[in-house]
Design a protein around this ligand. Structure first.
Ligand code: GRF
Length: 188
């Protein structure tokens, strides 16, 4: 487990592939006094990720790579000790996860262990579920199956669609991800 030493914040990388709204939210959180992390790197699996714009906006270094060897070397050069996956669409290898054991977390838009994988909101709506939500969990070699850190449940209304559900859950994600990080480092 990683420990906070003195006033030093944990050097963190956020991995993205898309819009990066969780990235933006985590950057804002990281700037608060009571945040245990600082974000030193944005790693994207694609140069098409809209979230890359937050690199310039917040003056945080960005890298685009899909080579784990390259990624590991970048992380090591920057002394990164913690990784937050936020809409990262690549599956990390067992070897990579082992190297960062207990130091990679992810946010998933469902009440895990239900609805692992992609298209969660549509599947939830199709199955006429009454509840959905989001989960922050440690990353283990099995997809969306690592130990759960925090979860938030929301009620689905009759009129909810894929779109409205996605919006509602994203709003909860912005609270849950920082809360999970505080739980890890401060046991809050
Ligand atoms: C979020 O719903 C997150 O739970 C999932 O991918 C989405 C990423 O959205 N893993 P954004 O790129 O943070 O806006």
């Amino acid at each position: 487990m990683i420990k906070l030493i003195g006033q030093n914040k944990i050097k963190t990388a956020v991995f993205i592939s898309g819009a990066g709204s969780n990235l933006k939210n985590l950057i804002k959180f990281s700037k608060k006094k009571n945040s245990p992390i600082e974000i030193n790197l944005i790693l994207s699996s694609t140069n098409k990720a809209k979230g890359l714009k937050y690199s310039k906006l917040f003056k945080i270094e960005k890298k685009i790579s899909n080579s784990e060897k390259k990624i590991l070397s970048i992380l090591s050069k920057k002394n990164i000790n913690f990784i937050c996956l936020a809409g990262y669409m690549k599956i990390l290898s067992k070897k990579f996860i082992k190297k960062f054991k207990g130091k990679i977390i992810n946010i998933h838009p469902s009440l895990l262990p239900k609805y692992k994988g992609l298209n969660t909101h549509q599947r939830v709506i199709n199955n006429k579920e009454q509840y959905s939500g989001c989960t922050v969990h440690y990353v283990s070699p099995k997809l969306d199956s690592g130990k759960i850190i925090l979860q938030k449940k929301i009620k689905i209304k009759n009129l909810d669609t894929f779109k409205t559900l996605q919006k509602k859950i994203l709003k909860q994600e912005y609270k849950l991800y920082p809360a999970a990080i505080k739980k890890i480092f401060f046991n809050l």
